[in-house]
Design a protein around this ligand. Structure first.
Ligand SMILES: Cc1cc2nc3c(=O)[nH]c(=O)nc-3n(C[C@H](O)[C@H](O)[C@H](O)COP(=O)(O)OP(=O)(O)OC[C@H]3O[C@@H](n4cnc5c(N)ncnc54)[C@H](O)[C@@H]3O)c2cc1C
Length: 450
């Protein structure tokens, strides 16, 4: 038996893959619904309209997701759209989708624009990222893009993404990001292609859950695992609602600080090992349901540091508004480090503050155009990998036989997203199968009668 803790996309993909290897699998999810960060939110006040709690795009280059959707019969549900991107700089919006728009970006002179374009091209040429992880990102960008572009474009974007402190962020971060986003470009770079499922990632989550159940796996929602039980350095069970479920293999997909809380004193050494790299940024995100479109962009990046949120993400410039009751969805995310004043700000104050800044950007937005507002908060979203710390990433296998950790902190140097998470889940399933086989097959078979 293999027990998986967490019914997000990672846990469900892992379950799906392990079942294909013929294993018995149980998935435990503490929330009442599946999907974790990729889940939905419902607006009763808008006739039950539901949409993604957070913005989630699928890129046209996401090969693992495409193959998973093929397998689950979802591929023909996928819609591909050419989307636009902009920059909000010094109180103005600049389109930045096409090479021509890029060349017209007036806050930078022509030489700086060329260096910025060179940075993007240079990134695509780098195949071995190892050297990059020893270099702080701003130092690396300064060498490629120059002082002015780094100060006026890169540093504000990094400050927004890392809640002010990017001093320990390695160059792999921007490398990975630029490679992924430029993969969505058509030849010549004139279009950015993104995809979506009409009912969001929830369609993929539901299809995965159905496939798991069809192969005999069980999924239990609304049930938190309280502790992993360990005896004689091996997993023996799970403690759930005061009862014991016996098992010999547990894969925890929850983020590392949550995973450590599930360990008993007998696994103190494992907890110590996992604690060496367990930093995560959280997020607060104000979702506005509007009666009209606000911008022509899917992403409006913000380099104007007077605005506290990271960007303005209008997902209905990708998703057909008809999929969400004819409304327009605008997400205002702010990544937060522990101790950030935004992390603990009361909902009313957060809403008023973010709306105040949004009105500075778009003075013509009227109250009656806002149909609903929803605030999302998550403590563990973006795993942090400080410069030169790759060796501290917790391993899949632990010192306790049958106890595995498989979470987004181990996805590196790729950024965490549906594509990298599903590819990681597939790899992890293969490694767990090999490890279990290694434990159950004697290393040197005893020869009878020799
Ligand atoms: C604002 C935002 C925007 C994003 N944008 C994109 C995007 O555009 N494209 C993209 O591909 N990705 C995007 N992502 C990233 C994506 O959401 C995550 O990478 C992915 O959802 C991580 O899945 P997971 O299964 O690893 O974690 P989670 O979704 O966090 O799942 C972990 C699950 O474990 C459960 N759990 C925890 N403890 C227990 C316990 N004790 N017992 C039982 N269950 C437990 C939790 O309830 C949770 O459901 C975005 C994320 C955010 C927050």
């Amino acid at each position: 038996m293999i027990d998986i803790i967490g019914g997000g996309i990672l846990g469900l993909t892992l379950a799906h893959e392990l079942l294909k290897w013929g294993k018995s699998v149980r998935v435990w999810e503490r929330a009442s619904t599946l999907g974790g960060l990729m889940g939905r939110t419902t607006f009763d006040e808008l006739g039950g309209m539901s949409c993604d709690r957070y913005y989630h795009a699928i890129l046209s280059s996401d090969q693992t997701l495409m193959s998973l959707m093929n397998e689950l019969g979802l591929r023909n549900r996928l819609r591909m759209v050419s989307t636009r991107m902009g920059f909000y700089h010094d109180g103005r919006c600049y389109p930045m989708t096409t090479p021509l728009e890029f060349l017209r970006f007036s806050p930078l002179n022509m030489i700086d624009r060329m260096r910025l374009a060179y940075t993007i091209l240079a990134c695509r040429q780098i195949k071995d990222w190892r050297a990059l992880e020893q270099i702080p990102v701003a130092e690396w960008l300064r060498g490629l893009s120059g002082e002015k572009t780094t100060r006026h474009i890169w540093e504000p974007l990094l400050r927004a993404k890392f809640d002010g402190d990017f001093s320990q962020v390695p160059a792999t971060y921007i490398w990975s990001r630029l490679v992924r986003t430029t993969d969505t470009r058509t030849r010549g770079g004139s279009q950015e292609l993104m995809c979506y499922l009409p009912n969001g990632y929830q369609e993929l989550i539901d299809a995965l859950a159905a496939a798991v159940r069809a192969r005999g796996g069980t999924i239990t929602t609304g049930t938190a695992v309280d502790q992993v039980q360990v005896a004689n350095e091996r997993v023996v069970g799970l403690s759930i609602n005061g009862a014991e479920q016996s098992t010999d293999n547990v894969i925890i997909t929850a983020q590392t600080p949550i995973a450590r809380r599930l360990l008993p004193p007998e696994a103190a050494a494992v907890s110590e090992r996992w604690s060496r790299l367990e930093g995560f940024l959280g997020i607060v995100c104000v979702l506005l349901v509007l009666r009209r479109s606000l911008t022509p962009y899917y992403t409006l990046n913000i380099t104007d540091e007077r605005i506290p949120f990271t960007g303005v993400i209008e997902t209905t410039n990708l998703i057909d508004p008809a999929c969400v009751g004819g409304y327009h969805l605008v997400y205002l995310p702010k990544y937060v480090a522990p101790g950030s004043r935004f992390a603990t700000m009361a909902d009313d104050e957060l809403r008023a503050t973010f709306l105040g800044y949004l009105r500075q950007m778009f003075p013509d937005l009227r109250d009656e155009e806002i149909a609903a507002v929803r605030i999302g908060r998550e403590r563990y979203v973006e795993p942090l990998h400080p410069v030169g710390m790759t060796d501290l990433i917790p391993p899949l296998r632990s010192e306790v036989s049958g106890l595995y950790l498989a979470n987004t902190s181990q996805i590196y140097p790729q950024l965490t997203n549906g594509e990298s998470v599903c590819a990681f889940a597939r790899r992890t399933a293969g490694e767990v199968i090999a490890d279990i086989a290694g434990r159950t097959t004697p290393a040197s078979p005893t020869l009878v009668g020799a």
